[in-house]
Write a protein that binds this ligand. Structure first.
Ligand code: DGY
Length: 323
């Protein structure tokens, strides 16, 4: 076991999957869900050759500077705003994420949330559980339609395209999208999606879904000005990162009737949730669970383990680290 690379696993994944790392590495596997402080993350990275981390662990410049032997970070997740990519690159540390394996599961979740917001599913359940359902009535909990409406997608990567296909092919929706760059015709026609500018997307969407990466450039892309351009009957769904939305502005719009409802799987200060949102009836709140199917979480862990083995030059893919 001398001189085997050392790999830290920051959170419990699946034991049988993490075990595979032990064939190649000295593994420091976390057994309990842990809220690591930045100082503890830095301490764990010091002396490690690789680390499997989640969105909970911020891998910042300071921790990287102190990790002289670090060669690879495998992020268990597709979003990687928790990583200081520039600092990793400068040191030649390989960084990997888990795209593709979670695309369809996360697109499913986007639809679950969109439909829950449109059809007031969680609001209705709370109402029922409170014992307020005394008689079926014609005008109780009326929502908006999903089928045949206009679906807006902000961020048209793999997951955005999965949402577009569901909307167009499954629900007969008209699909509009905005993205940094327009997609090739073939993808557009497969998704039956039309490219529009940001303001048109805001103005025309009945259901707007956020699926774009979070960075300083996309911080609060949905602010009060953007919300004011949306239809008062529209819904907003966020399955990407909380920092994309100005939550105070969103709460004001939902309370003021300028937006019909919202569904949020991610929050700026998660796991804390803005109390203004918690106080509203017309917002669906879920605990960052977009990729949370058993099969997909297993696939994510497997891919992260494979990425680490390849990045540190072990296993069948030795010499071909993923980029
Ligand atoms: C992702 O894959 O980005 C999820 O948010 C979990 O990290």
């Amino acid at each position: 076991a001398e001189n085997r690379p050392r790999v830290w696993v920051s959170q419990p994944l699946f034991d049988d999957i993490v075990e595979r790392l032990g064939e190649y590495f000295e593994v420091d596997a976390t057994r309990e869900v842990t809220a690591w402080s930045p100082a503890q993350v830095a301490e764990k990275l010091r002396g490690a050759d690789g680390a499997l981390v989640t969105l909970n662990e911020r891998i910042g410049a300071e921790a990287i500077a102190g990790a002289a032997t670090l060669r690879a970070i495998a992020n268990v997740g597709v979003g990687y705003n928790n990583l200081d990519v520039a600092a990793l690159k400068a040191r030649g540390i390989v960084a990997t994420n888990t795209p593709d394996v979670l695309t369809e599961t996360t697109a499913d979740m986007a639809f679950a949330l969109l439909m829950a917001a449109a059809r007031r599913i969680t609001e209705g359940e709370r109402w029922l559980r409170e014992g307020r359902w005394t008689q079926w009535s014609f005008d109780t909990l009326l929502g908006g339609d999903v089928h045949g409406s206009t679906l807006g997608i902000l961020g048209m990567g793999r997951i955005g395209q999965g949402i577009a296909r569901r909307g167009a092919h499954g629900f007969g929706m008209r699909v509009l999208y905005h993205n940094r760059s327009r997609l090739p015709d073939g993808i557009e026609s497969n998704c039956r999606a039309a490219y529009v500018d940001f303001d048109t997307l805001l103005a025309e969407s009945d259901h707007l879904v956020l699926v774009l990466p979070y960075s300083p450039a996309t911080h609060h892309v949905i602010d009060s000005a953007a919300l004011a351009k949306m239809k008062p009957t529209a819904t907003l769904t966020n399955i990407a990162r909380g920092g994309l939305v100005d939550e105070d502005a969103l709460a004001d719009a939902l309370a003021g009737g300028w937006l019909s409802s919202a569904a949020l799987d991610v929050f700026e200060g998660e796991p804390a949730v803005n109390p203004k949102l918690l106080a509203l009836r017309n917002v669906v709140l879920t605990p960052h669970a977009g990729s949370a199917s058993l099969a997909t979480r297993r696939a994510m862990a497997t891919l992260a383990v494979d990425n680490m083995i390849a990045a540190l030059g072990r296993g069948p893919q030795a010499g071909n680290p993923p980029t």
